[in-house]
Design a protein around this ligand. Structure first.
Ligand SMILES: [Zn+2]
Length: 212
């Protein structure tokens, strides 16, 4: 039998009630998000595809990659997508002291301002959540912590593109935040899935919005 959802997924809403998983369920709006970029392998394709369909998205970038690929950083900004904080070095909240973790989130702010944060691996200590939400020192502002309700696991080599597609179709609804990856592991799947899902949901009457 196909494993349609990851079993720990539902638990997360209970463990982390202050994360945002979706927006208003009464409006036909969808929120495409791309984690871990920018990357030379995939960002140009993502930007070209979004432009082709006149669709906006939110990029939860790694600060180190933004600093390394300045042209891609500029291209995302010029196409009016939103860039959000995914830490500077993709740091794991549970494996780092709160102070070190926040320093890394603050380091991201030196390359790009944002009030949106997505924790790498989706995991944080409660002390980190509290400080992110109130914008404690050394952060420059409070953050909304954004996760999502549609996770196709496009980064996982054990999943076929078709299984990812089934997850996307089955779980996407009004207000869904869809978590995709702008990295090498997801490359083959995104090349196939991104144009397909944009066409599919536009035909169904959905509009794509950036998270703000
Ligand atoms: Zn990530």
């Amino acid at each position: 039998m196909l494993q349609i959802v990851h079993p720990n997924w539902f638990l997360r809403r209970i463990i982390y009630p202050s994360y945002i998983y979706n927006f208003d369920r009464s409006q036909p709006y969808l929120y495409l998000t791309f984690d871990d970029g920018p990357t030379t392998e995939l960002t140009p394709f993502i930007l070209k595809t979004l432009a082709q369909y006149n669709v906006q998205a939110t990029f939860f970038c790694v600060g180190h990659n933004l600093a390394k690929y300045e042209e891609l950083h500029q291209a995302i900004v010029e196409q009016k997508h939103t860039i959000a904080n995914h830490s500077f070095n993709h740091v794991h909240g549970l494996k780092n002291k709160t102070e070190d973790f926040l320093d890394n989130v603050a380091l991201f702010e030196t390359v790009q301002a944002s009030n949106l944060f997505r924790p790498p691996y989706g995991l944080l200590k409660h002390s980190q959540i509290k400080k992110l939400l109130c914008g404690a020192h050394p952060l420059h502002n409070p953050y909304k912590i954004i996760l999502g309700d549609v996770i196709p696991y496009d980064f996982d080599a054990h999943n076929s593109t078709e299984l990812c597609w089934q997850r996307i179709v089955r779980f996407t609804q009004n207000g869904s935040i869809i978590i995709l990856h702008d990295n090498k592991k997801a490359q083959d799947k995104i090349l196939n899935l991104l144009p397909r899902m944009i066409r599919h949901f536009l035909e169904k009457g959905f509009q794509f919005k950036v998270i703000s």
